[in-house]
Ligand binder design. Structure first.
Ligand SMILES: [Zn+2]
Length: 481
């Protein structure tokens, strides 16, 4: 429906957490979990007379990201002052970049490919730029009702890179996939760990075609973005349905109440009184520097995905999901390179385990594969035991938790006392019992394949997952006939 077409643009702020020091001073950037207001100096506190000096590694990191996103790097630029008055900003201006009035962004253009329901779409970027992070404001409960605000300057002066998309996304799902792909690219470049608390902040511009847009500020995790977008789209649609006129405004995402709240009407760019930062020299990035960064850049997810399809005969779908998390993809490559020594020669089974039961365990336990004790060879050993007929797939699934805790496969098998039962005489007795106990399912059997699966399931239960499913299936069919 064209009259309710949704238009979304994102501004994603990423903290370059892998830098050792802040953007303009030598304070340690590892501020998380430290006592408040202890990792500060005159520069990041904005004391009068202090002078900022650019962190060269921040330029290197920004160059990596610009190359990975295919931006055109502006080799010469000034930093700009963005003026606003707020307790998180002691200087009353933020050192940032500006792409007007003679100013330039760090990189212009660029794009990220997203895939939704098997369809590819290019999300074009407007620009990326460097800026300093303001201090952290802490509210008691909700921002709207908090009786006071606390300020922690440890975060003040951390390096942020802002990625600004064009308003080309049409749904919260597209935005979610964009952010997943961006997260993956950032992980591959090695500039930040976006799983760290507060390392990501997103502002989202949302409008229904033909109406003023609202800007939802400070969405503090990628997961919250989709939720905030859905809520805001619904709010705008409801307002229009009731004949209300929307206004251009800034809204705050309250992640506790899960609603957006109107905070103020939007500031306009002129309110920020941008002007060049005279305390910093202009930045010149030479071509040789860019070439060196390029040489050190690892293979990016898109290229890796294509290689996985060719080298390991994985489907486009499998390789796409597998490469998304660099650690999981590294684990896969290490594992399948060792699989010959286990007499295995297919890559797909290994991939299925990683994407299925193991990813599920990682999700449930909120862990990354590198935080688990799983070794790549353990998975080869598990698959080998299934292939050799020692255990069933069902038994193996029950071993995942122990395996992820680092226990050896042979120990797990021994301790469980479980093995595959394929002996027909043994299984026949079990099948007879199950059929007798489940006459209603047996009645249902004619022409209903689900009834057959249910009966196999009952046999599995009786044998604690040890019955070979194929032998069991044949025996049930035979017995019922
Ligand atoms: Zn400092």
């Amino acid at each position: 429906m064209s009259d309710t077409e949704v238009i979304i643009g994102l501004e994603v702020h990423i903290q370059l957490t892998n830098l050792k020091t802040k953007l303009f001073c030598s304070c340690n950037s590892d501020y998380r979990g430290k006592e408040q207001n202890t990792i500060v100096c005159p520069i990041c506190l904005g004391l009068p007379g202090s002078l900022p000096v650019i962190n060269e590694n921040a330029i290197g990191y920004a160059t990596r990201l610009a190359l990975a996103l295919d931006c055109k790097i502006n080799e010469e630029f000034w930093f700009f002052r963005k003026n606003y008055f707020y307790p998180d900003l002691p200087k009353a201006f933020q050192i940032s970049q500006y792409n007007k009035a003679g100013g330039k962004a760090f990189g212009d253009g660029g794009h990220i490919t997203i895939r939704l329901d098997g369809e590819k779409k290019e999300i074009s970027l407007d620009r990326i730029h460097l800026e300093e992070d303001p201090a952290r404001l802490v509210h008691k409960g909700s921002i709207a009702s908090s009786p006071y605000t606390l300020v922690d300057y440890n975060r003040s002066g951390m390096t942020l890179i802002e990625i600004v998309t064009n308003p080309v996304m049409k749904s919260p799902e597209e935005a979610r996939d964009f952010l997943n792909q961006l997260k993956s690219i950032v992980q591959y470049t090695g500039i930040a760990d976006l799983d760290l608390e507060g390392s990501v902040r997103v502002d989202a511009n949302i409008s229904i075609k033909g109406n003023p847009r609202s800007e939802v500020k400070n969405i503090n995790s990628f997961k919250e973005v989709e939720r905030a977008l859905k809520w805001e789209i619904q709010r705008q649609r409801n307002a229009l349905k009731r004949g209300k006129e929307l206004i251009q405004e800034t809204r705050h995402w309250d992640d506790k109440r899960r609603v957006t709240i109107g905070l103020r009407t939007k500031e306009f760019e002129k309110d920020y009184r941008y002007f060049p930062e005279q305390d910093l020299v202009p930045i010149n990035i030479d071509k040789k520097f860019i070439e060196e960064v390029k040489k050190e850049l690892p293979e990016m997810p898109n290229a890796r995905m294509k290689r996985f399809q060719e080298q390991y005969q994985l489907s486009e779908f499998d390789s796409e999901i597998l490469v998304l998390d660099k650690n999981l993809a590294d684990f896969f490559e290490k594992g399948v390179q060792q699989n010959k020594s286990f007499g295995l020669d297919d890559y797909k089974t290994y991939c299925n385990w990683l994407m299925g039961d193991i990813s599920r365990w990682l999700n449930d336990n909120n862990k990354n594969i590198n935080d688990s004790k799983l070794k790549s060879n353990q998975l080869n050993e598990l698959i080998m035991n299934i292939n050799d007929g020692k255990i069933t797939g069902k038994i193996a699934k029950g071993f995942v938790d122990e395996m992820m805790k680092g226990n050896s496969i042979s120990d797990i098998i021994k301790k469980s006392g479980k093995k595959r039962i394929a002996d027909e005489a043994t299984l026949y007795k079990i099948v007879e019992e199950v059929l007798k106990e489940n006459l209603d399912i047996v009645k249902d059997y004619n022409g209903n394949p689900r009834a057959l699966e249910a009966l196999i399931g009952k046999c599995m239960q009786k044998t604690r997952g040890q019955a070979d499913p194929n032998v069991t299936r044949n025996l049930i069919k035979k017995k019922i006939q």
